[in-house]
Structures are given as structure tokens and as C-alpha cells.
Design a protein around this ligand. Structure first.
Ligand SMILES: Cc1cc2nc3c(=O)[nH]c(=O)nc-3n(C[C@H](O)[C@H](O)[C@H](O)COP(=O)(O)OP(=O)(O)OC[C@H]3O[C@@H](n4cnc5c(N)ncnc54)[C@H](O)[C@@H]3O)c2cc1C
Length: 611
């Protein structure tokens, strides 16, 4: 059994096929490996298995958003990840549609924070940057961190069966190299086993599955395309070739760089209704060459895979002692790049709750809030990615790319340049369809918004007027990040100056690190520290206090925090270990006793000790 790490050694000779661990994670992809990292950062040890021989050898997910980077930053992995990533600000300025990569451009639009009108919104939302970070490069970083901090990782190891008991789960795992079986007893089992999840199937979790999605072909190629793209760097180049017949296995193509500008994924979109691909590799590669449009480019195929668009999510993520995350519970196409980003955030949410329960600091009921908080997000992103896919098709339709009659397609292509009322209607329809795709290009809200409502968020002190709400209209929701210190929201980001250090820190950097944090201002520390000590005495849970303001540990030099905190100077914002606001108190109550009782009551509720 290929094994990395030093924990979880079988107990003794006579029971050499039995292991006892706190947590068994099935899957070592972005969900499983990041969960292992986050749990390890809380000091939890466990076993992670994967039935693959190694980490992914193909790039898979690439677009890594600020929300996911914030999770990596919280455990000190942001810099490692950035070393193998490419900033969107330099390498992915545009979304483009062109006739071929070497040919005429039909349109280009700014993407993500690169739009001068949107740049500030992005940099105001997070201390992190969006990056192109192939999953192939991220997975080894995660596995290294997890295995160096208390998790054992076993590849070539499959989950065969599991059974839940009152206080543990028994799982049978099989070493795929030797055929040996091991019985693993764990307090919790986590199903991070991807889109064909056995754990989800065995648990019989209710799935909402809109079947019938289309087929696409991913070609991972080596090809030096520098001369074609260096002056128009894009995350996505859509290639249409209106002048050529469209085979069913590639009515159009999309080129996305993996390594600038020599390694690429070319996605061929199949004609809607295609159920099987019988074309040869040679035919498929010929189509890819047509779409690139430069016969002088040497193209080496490294990998080919066929995938179907999914529109599927679990109605429930957990049952008993088993919790599922990632593609196991939400499956969708790559539009909006929400795949592995959501996996990492699922893991971040689950990890602190599981760690606190395992350490006896929280009631096991806290784990129920994982489902309450993350399932609505999973449902949303599945709909979002598929809606964006439909917007793509609406755009392709205006270009005539879904026409089956080649002459009609050429006619439509020619119409774009004509001086006629019909041509004007078509050009306007195209412009509207392009604008619609803002919901992918500038989907800051879809990536960053969240307003958790669960027992791990204390909203009793809020009024309808004080609470921030997210836009109901999907277009507004998707495009705009709503920053608020309302409980359930991400703690707002503001740059601060730490006394004695030149480097700025984010408010988010003051939180996390496995603990609860109170953010307060002048006068706040004195008022809250006794309440914090009392809470620690009663619950065993420590809360750190960070003070922001004139003459405090952190200076609000830009007055950004003043604008965002939405509390008075001596008020308190209580932040959970996953950087989510748990509770806020507008102004510190004058009586010591009231402050103590309130904080204790809030913490007991959040930790699951009061209904
Ligand atoms: C070709 C391709 C391209 C993609 N491109 C993008 C993209 O551009 N952007 C994007 O956001 N997403 C993309 N995705 C999706 C993205 O890769 C997934 O969202 C992400 O990998 C899901 O992570 P996960 O950890 O939940 O599952 P996976 O990465 O699928 O990992 C599943 C893990 O479970 C293990 N496993 C499964 N069953 C068992 C078992 N019975 N016993 C033991 N281990 C088991 C596997 O070995 C693996 O380690 C792409 C996917 C593919 C296949």
C-alpha cells in the first residue's frame, strides 16, 4: 500500500489489519486533501485514502478564486500555492471569441477584476488574488501539508464498505496492490470521493439530478502558442471557425492555458444531443488544429478525456457520523470555475466543527450546521454553473454555431457585417448575449457571497434593519459582493497596519488559526477581556481579542475598517475559526456581568450546547 505520513500505524501484531483513527477521509482530491490539511491544522490526526495511484496527473480545475485562497492563506499555504500559479491579473485579462486562435477576433471582454470598472470591487473584497492554479499542482501541496502535520495518506487504497455504529464507523479498505484488507475504526467518516461517490450512494443521500447534459472532449496538449496569445492573454479563448463544417464532436472549441503559453486544454463542445463519440483521435486532433488555425504549430497530445455536463446536488450532506463534501455532493460543468473552489470551502467549514467536537469543546450537534450552511451553497453553484452554460449556448446561437446546415451558418456569419435591419437585430442580440456573460466574467458575488443561517450563527440580536441581506435578483447577487459584519457573512476584509511592522495585514489575518476571535476597537479590549476569560473558564474555548484603532495593536490607516465594521468602537465582532462572523455586539454593555453572560450565552449556542 503506497503510504505517506507517520500516523495511524496499526495497533499491534495480533490486530495488524485493524486501525483506529479519529477521521477517515475517502478521497485525496481537492476536497479530501484540503479537509485533511484543515483538520491537521487543528491538531487532528487521521487517515486519507485514494483509489488512484497518485495525485491527479491532469490539470483539471484551474481558476482558483479569492474565497478558496483565503482558506489556504488561513493555514499558511497561500504562498506555496502562488508559486505554482499564475495571477489572473497578468495572464487572463480577457475572455475572447475568435474565428480561430490565429484568426480574426469577434469580441473580447475584460474578465474578473481586470475590468477597470470592477477592479476595485475585487481588491476590496479580499486580501487574496485570483489565480490560475491547476489542480495537478495544488494537490501535492495539500498532501504534503496534511502528511507533515498528522495525516496518513494511502494511495491505491479503496473503500469497500462501511457501517455506522453509535459511537464510531467501521470501514473496510482494500490495498489495491496486495489485495489486503484493513478494518478502520473512526469516529467520523468523510466522503470526499468525487462525482461517482460510493459513500453518497451507500448512505442513500437524496440527490437532485437533472440528467441529460451534453458531452465535451478535453484535450491536454503541449503547443507553443506564444505568438498567438501573448498580446491578448485570456483565461478562455472561444474558437468558432464559421468558415468550416462543424463535426458533431466539436461544433466549437475553447482554449485555456495551463502553463503560459505552452501547455493548453482545448475543450471541444459536442453538438447538443450527442450521446456517443465514435470519432478517432486523429479526427479529433484535426478539428483541434482547425480551431487553432495555424498549421505551423506543433501540437503534442498528452491526454484526452470525455465528460458530460452534470446538474446534480445532494439535498443532504450528512447522515449520522458520515459527512460528504465536494463533487460527491455537487456536480456541475466548469463554467464560473466554482468546482474545486467550493470543495475547499466545504472542507474549511466542516473541519473546525469536527475538530472542536473531537476535542470535546463542542457538542456533536454543531456538525449538523455543516449541512445547514453548505448545502444551500452547493445547490446554488450547481444552478449557477449550468445557467452560465446556457448563457454560453445563447451566445453561440446568435453566432449561428448551433445550426446544423453549414450554409445557414455561413450566412449568419456573413450577416454580422451587413447593412440591413436583420443584421442589426443579430448584432444587437449578440451584444446582449455577450453582456449576459458578465455573470461568469464578473461573478464576484457568486464566488464570495454567503449569509449562513444556522445554530452556529447568532442572529438574535439583529433586527431586520440591522441585518445585511443578499440581493434576491440573481443578476445582482451574482455580480456584487456584499460585505457586512452581519453574523453568517464572511468577516469583512480591511488592510491594517500592525504596530512595528511595515507589512499590512488583513482583518482576516487576525482571525482563524483554529480559534475564535473578537475584533474590537478603542476601549473594547478592557471591556471584553473578562468576558473572554469567563467563557474560557466555563467552556474551555479560548477567544483571542484583536484591537483596531488609534494607538491600538492594529491601525486602521485607510479607515477601511471604520467603513466596514458596522459597530461602535468598543463593540465586538466575534469571528469563528472559519472566518465567518458568529455574532456581533454593536456597543459593549456598560455592566461587566451583562457582557460576561452575553458572550457565554452566545458561545454556548454556537458550540451546540443550547438549542
Ligand atoms: C477533465 C476535468 C477537467 C476539469 N476542469 C475543471 C475546471 O477547469 N474548473 C473547475 O472548477 N473544475 C474542473 N473540474 C472539476 C474539478 O476537478 C472537481 O470539482 C474536483 O476535482 C472535485 O474534487 P473532489 O476532491 O471533490 O473530487 P475528485 O477530485 O474527483 O477526487 C475524488 C477522490 O476520491 C477518490 N475515490 C473515489 N472513490 C473512492 C473509493 N471507493 N475509495 C477510495 N478512494 C476513492 C479518488 O481516488 C480521488 O482521490 C474538472 C474535472 C475533470 C475530470
Amino acid at each position: 500500500m503506497g503510504s505517506v505520513g507517520d500516523a495511524g500505524v496499526p495497533q499491534d501484531e495480533s490486530r495488524s489489519n485493524v486501525m483506529e483513527v479519529d477521521v477517515l477521509i475517502v478521497g485525496a482530491g481537492p476536497s479530501g486533501a484540503s479537509l485533511a490539511c484543515f483538520l491537521a491544522s487543528h491538531g487532528i490526526k487521521g487517515l486519507m485514502i485514494s483509489n488512484w495511484p497518485s495525485t491527479s496527473h491532469i490539470p483539471k480545475a484551474n481558476y482558483t478564486n479569492m474565497a478558496a485562497f483565503e482558506c489556504l492563506r488561513a493555514i499558511g499555504l497561500e504562498e506555496d500555492a502562488k508559486k505554482v500559479a499564475y495571477p489572473i491579473s497578468q495572464f487572463s485579462t480577457y475572455h475572447r471569441i475568435c474565428k480561430s486562435l490565429a484568426g480574426e477576433e469577434i469580441y473580447r471582454a475584460y474578465a474578473f477584476g481586470n475590468d477597470p470598472h470592477r477592479h476595485g470591487d475585487y481588491s476590496d473584497a479580499s486580501p487574496c488574488e485570483i489565480m490560475s492554479l491547476p489542480q495537478r499542482e495544488l494537490e501535492p501541496i495539500l498532501i504534503r501539508y496534511a502528511t507533515q502535520n498528522g495525516f496518513v495518506c494511502r494511495f491505491d487504497t479503496e473503500l469497500a464498505a462501511f457501517q455506522q455504529h453509535e459511537d464510531h464507523v467501521e470501514s473496510t479498505i482494500i490495498d489495491l496492490v496486495t489485495g489486503n484488507q484493513t478494518l478502520v475504526r473512526s469516529k467520523y467518516l468523510c466522503g470526499a470521493d468525487g462525482a461517482s461517490s460510493k459513500v453518497v450512494r451507500e448512505l442513500d443521500l437524496p440527490m437532485n439530478d437533472r440528467k441529460g447534459g451534453g458531452l465535451s472532449i478535453n484535450l491536454l496538449v503541449e503547443a507553443d502558442l506564444t505568438h498567438l496569445v501573448k498580446d491578448s492573454p485570456g483565461l478562455l479563448h472561444v474558437m468558432t471557425r464559421p468558415d468550416l463544417p462543424q463535426p458533431y464532436y466539436g461544433i466549437l472549441g475553447m482554449a485555456r492555458f495551463i502553463k503560459p503559453w505552452t501547455e493548453w486544454v482545448i475543450v471541444l463542445i459536442c453538438r447538443p444531443g450527442t450521446t456517443k463519440i465514435t470519432a478517432t483521435t486523429e479526427e479529433i486532433m484535426t478539428r483541434a488544429r482547425e480551431l487553432l488555425g495555424d498549421d505551423n504549430v506543433d501540437i503534442k497530445l498528452k491526454n484526452m478525456s470525455i465528460w458530460r455536463t452534470n446538474e446534480c446536488y445532494a439535498e443532504q450532506y450528512s447522515k449520522g457520523r458520515v459527512h460528504c463534501l465536494g463533487d460527491a455532493v455537487h456536480r456541475h460543468p466548469p463554467q464560473n470555475g466554482l468546482g474545486s473552489n467550493t470543495c475547499i470551502q466545504d472542507a474549511f467549514n466542516l473541519s473546525w466543527k469536527m475538530a472542536y467536537v473531537l476535542k470535546g469543546l463542542a457538542n456533536p450537534s454543531l456538525l449538523k450546521t455543516y449541512n445547514d450552511e453548505r448545502q444551500p451553497i452547493g445547490k446554488y453553484i450547481v444552478g449557477r454553473a449550468n445557467d452560465t452554460g446556457r448563457l454560453h449556448f445563447a451566445l453561440f446561437k446568435t453566432l449561428g454555431l448551433t445550426e446544423t446546415d453549414p450554409s445557414r451558418k455561413s450566412e449568419i456569419a456573413a450577416q454580422f457585417e451587413q447593412d440591413s435591419p436583420e443584421a442589426q437585430v443579430r448584432r444587437n442580440a449578440f451584444r446582449r448575449a455577450v453582456k449576459g456573460l458578465d455573470e461568469e466574467r464578473h461573478a464576484l458575488g457568486a464566488e464570495m457571497n454567503q449569509a449562513y443561517e444556522s445554530l452556529a450563527v447568532y442572529l438574535d440580536d439583529e433586527t431586520p434593519e440591522s441585518r445585511a441581506t443578499l440581493p434576491v435578483d440573481e443578476h445582482l447577487y451574482c455580480l456584487n459582493h456584499i460585505s457586512s459584519s452581519t453574523p453568517g457573512f464572511r468577516v469583512p476584509h480591511a488592510w491594517l497596519q500592525e504596530v512595528g511592522r511595515a507589512k499590512m495585514v488583513s482583518t482576516k489575518d487576525l482571525c482563524g488559526h483554529g480559534r475564535f476571535t473578537i475584533l474590537t476597537g478603542i476601549g473594547g479590549k478592557n471591556k471584553w477581556q473578562t468576558a473572554v476569560a469567563k467563557t474560557k473558564e466555563t467552556t474551555g474555548v479560548g477567544i483571542s481579542i484583536a484591537t483596531i484603532g488609534w494607538g491600538q495593536e492594529y491601525q486602521d490607516t485607510f479607515f477601511q475598517w471604520f467603513e466596514k465594521r458596522q459597530i461602535e468602537e468598543d463593540g465586538a465582532i466575534l469571528v469563528r475559526p472559519d472566518l465567518v462572523v458568529a455574532w456581533r455586539c454593536k456597543q459593549a454593555p456598560t455592566e461587566e456581568r451583562v457582557r460576561q453572560d452575553k458572550l457565554l450565552q452566545v458561545m454556548r449556542r454556537i458550540l451546540g450546547f443550547q438549542g
